[in-house]
Structures are given as structure tokens and as C-alpha cells.
Design a protein around this ligand. Structure first.
Ligand code: PLP
Length: 407
């Protein structure tokens, strides 16, 4: 069988014994073009929050597609489906975030947040955190402290600086009256599921406020119940000035948003931001269906329970396979398995795939588990059993050092 090397969307090289062409999905499973079934622990990079092709989402998209996909004179005409979504978002957004813009991707939402923060404050600088990931547009790449690829695209957008992860004193030292905004992920997703120390976000918010600097919290990966609360900041009692959203918001339809306080919005004028597809009716219908379902089914509570179960089992793996697993960490159903090196992650990913389990490798030698939020206990446990089988196979075959690349 042929081996191929692929570069995933983070630039990690994974060798695949066979290319897999996924044709369809339902719930927690997907099937390839030859009919082989896989259990999906990736949720399409944390996007398919309700699982693949959830009937509620499919029905909403079908119904809206039959009615209207793009408003005539978008932005000037009223859109009932957009109004419906805005009203619903007000129920779930952290207090004080009253104004919402829609976007098409997480990077675009972050880009706009930073752009508007500069305008509103009249300040040029933005601080980000080492190891962060905020997107792949030029501006968001320039704010992504974990991007080993940035050097390929010089010159980056100027005016950014980085502080070490979780270091509140470094942030205090970096703040001054030129800093428009600090942008931070509540849990670093792509950077390796890194959870900051307790109290970090609160302290950061206080420092920003005292300095007249806006706090942009990037919840593109952590939002919409992923970490066991509707937004990760809810569990930490932090009020951002701007919060960005994407991925799970519309369960697979490309859609994103950012919300801001009245105080920030006061500095934004008509025409400052927008885009042809922003808030298009199809995306709004999809997001409305997802957010309604998350609320109606108390998915945040489910995620907390499933996250605890997964974490308990994975901690046992950490004890059983110390030669591979350094530690397990995360919140809710955003979980990282820290391994000793990227080669081990690559091998484990490949072995899981061969057993019918899809997992996501991410930076800094971490294998990420980020399944859909409606995953059943039985599915979760069967995926963890496959992971154990893969680790057993690694142990059995690893008398020789593992190679990161295919021979
Ligand atoms: C925290 C965070 N912000 C922004 C992005 C970029 O989102 P998108 O890929 O939709 O542009 C990602 C994507 O992984 C992310 O995890």
C-alpha cells in the first residue's frame, strides 16, 4: 500500500498509509468512499458541534435555502432570520456584549476585532500571547504567537507584541498607553490545549481596564459549549470588551461573529466594517438552529459530564503509558494528550486512523480530542478503547525509535 505525506492545516506533517476520502457523516461517525466507518473525535476541527448532518441543522439549512440565501441590498434590507439569531445570541452572550457583527470565519472575526479596537482606542499596538492561534489571514497570522510559518510571509503586520503564556506580570509590564487591545484564547487550542493558571483571565481583564486597553477574547474554538459553559469566560467571571466566535456556532456552515460592548460600539460608525456575505440568511438560519439546540438540550451540562468521564479515563492512560503520555489536560470536550514528541503524535494519529478513529494532532506534541458535543457515552468510551489499543500497538512495536516521516 502506498504511503503519502500530508501537511495538515497547521503545517504538521502526518504520514498516511492510505489517503482517506470522506463521503458522508452522521452524528459521531463518517464513512469513506469505500464504505469504511470512522468514529470522529475531531468534529472537523471543532466545528460540527451537533455531530455530522444533525437533522435539526439539515432541516434549517434546507428550509432557508428554499426561501432566501442572500438578502437583496444586504445591509440595507431587514432580515428576519438575522434578527431572530441576534435576539437568541443576546440570551447566551456574556453580560454587556450587546452589539454583534457577523463574519465568515474565525480569522475574519479576529481581524475585524483588532481593526476596530485600533479605531475605537486610537492606539496602534496589540498584545497577543506566545503560543496563541488566531487565524491565517496576514493580520491574524501576525498575532499568532505559535506560528512557526510566519517567517514565510514577511513583512508581518506591524504593531504587535507577544507576552509569555500565563504570565500576568509580563503583561503588566508590556501595557502602556499605546496598547489598543490584548487578544487571548481562554484555553489555547491549536497551541496544544494549554489552560492558563487560575485567575489569569480575570487579572488580565483588570489590567486591561485600568490601562484603557480593550480585552478581545477569542472564543472561536472554546465557544458554544465546547468547554462545558456556553463560553469559556462564563466559568471565569470575565467580561471581555470584544468576544469573537466561529467554528461550532453554525455546526459546519461557514459562519462567525464578534460581539462588543456598547462602549466599544460607540466608537464604531456605519461603514467601518462589513462584507458581502456577513450575516447571510443561510448562515443565520444554521446558527439559530445550532444555538437553539445547544440551549434546549442543556448541552453545556452534558459536555461537562462527558469531559469529566473522558478526562478520568485519559488520566489512567497517562499512568499506564508514561513512555508516550506526559500529561492530559483540557476543559469539557477540548482535551489535549501531551506526548513526548511530535513523532509519537504522528504515529498515534496514524494508528488510530487504521483502527477507525479520527483524532487531531496539534502543535507542541499534543494529540487533541475534540469530538462533537452530543457524543454519547458509549461512543466516547469506544473511541477511548481504540486509543488504548493504538497505544498498546505502539508499545509493542516501539523497540525501534519512531520516525516522524514515512520511509
Ligand atoms: C482560537 C482560534 N481562533 C481563530 C481561528 C481561525 O478560525 P478560522 O479557521 O475559521 O479562520 C481558530 C482556528 O482554529 C482558532 O482555534
Amino acid at each position: 500500500m502506498n504511503s503519502i505525506e500530508i501537511e495538515d492545516s497547521l503545517g504538521l506533517t502526518i504520514c498516511m498509509k492510505q489517503p482517506v476520502a470522506i463521503e458522508r457523516g452522521l452524528g459521531s461517525h463518517v464513512w469513506d468512499d469505500k464504505g469504511a466507518q470512522y468514529l470522529d473525535f475531531t468534529a472537523g476541527w471543532g466545528v460540527t458541534s451537533l455531530g455530522h448532518s444533525h437533522p435539526v441543522l439539515v432541516a434549517a439549512i434546507q428550509e432557508q435555502a428554499g426561501k432566501l440565501m442572500q438578502n437583496p441590498n444586504s445591509g440595507f434590507t431587514y432580515s428576519p432570520v438575522r434578527a431572530r439569531l441576534l435576539t437568541l445570541l443576546q440570551q447566551v452572550l456574556p453580560e454587556g456584549l450587546t452589539r454583534v457583527f457577523f463574519a465568515n470565519s474565525g480569522a475574519e472575526a479576529n481581524d475585524a476585532a483588532v481593526k476596530l479596537a485600533r479605531k475605537v482606542t486610537g492606539r496602534p499596538q496589540v498584545i497577543a500571547v506566545a503560543g496563541s492561534f488566531h487565524g491565517r489571514t496576514l493580520s491574524t497570522l501576525s498575532l499568532s504567537g505559535g506560528s512557526d510559518n510566519a517567517a514565510k510571509y514577511l513583512p508581518l503586520v506591524p504593531g504587535n507584541q507577544f507576552v509569555p503564556f500565563g504570565d500576568i506580570e509580563a503583561l503588566a509590564a508590556a501595557l502602556n498607553d499605546t496598547v489598543a487591545a490584548v487578544i487571548v484564547e481562554p484555553v489555547q487550542g491549536e497551541g496544544g490545549v494549554r489552560v492558563p493558571p487560575p485567575g489569569y483571565l480575570q487579572a488580565l481583564a483588570q489590567l486591561c481596564r485600568a490601562n484603557g486597553t480593550l480585552l478581545i477574547v477569542d472564543e472561536v474554538q472554546t465557544g458554544f459549549c465546547r468547554t462545558g459553559s456556553f463560553f469559556a469566560v462564563d466559568a471565569q467571571n470575565v467580561q471581555p470588551d470584544i468576544l469573537t466566535m466561529g467554528k461550532g456556532i453554525a455546526g459546519g456552515f461557514p459562519f462567525a461573529a464578534f460581539a462588543m460592548t456598547d462602549a466599544v460600539a460607540a466608537g464604531v460608525s456605519k461603514g467601518d466594517h462589513g462584507g458581502t456575505y456577513c450575516g447571510n440568511p443561510l448562515g443565520c438560519a444554521a446558527a439559530f438552529a445550532v444555538v437553539s439546540h445547544l440551549l434546549e438540550q442543556n448541552v453545556a451540562g452534558r459536555v461537562t459530564e462527558m469531559g469529566k468521564l473522558a478526562m478520568a479515563r485519559l488520566q489512567m492512560l497517562a499512568q499506564k503509558y508514561p513512555e508516550f503520555v506526559v500529561e492530559v489536560r483540557g476543559r469539557g470536550l477540548l482535551i489535549g494528550i501531551q506526548m513526548h514528541n511530535d513523532a509519537q503524535v504522528s504515529e498515534l494519529t496514524q494508528r488510530c486512523l487504521a483502527l477507525g478513529l479520527m483524532v487531531t494532532p496539534t502543535r507542541n506534541a499534543v494529540l487533541r480530542i475534540i469530538p462533537n458535543l452530543l457524543i454519547t457515552e458509549a461512543e466516547l468510551l469506544s473511541g477511548l478503547a481504540l486509543l488504548t489499543t493504538a497505544l498498546d500497538a505502539m508499545r509493542a512495536s516501539n523497540a525501534e525509535p519512531v520516525q516522524a516521516r514515512c520511509a
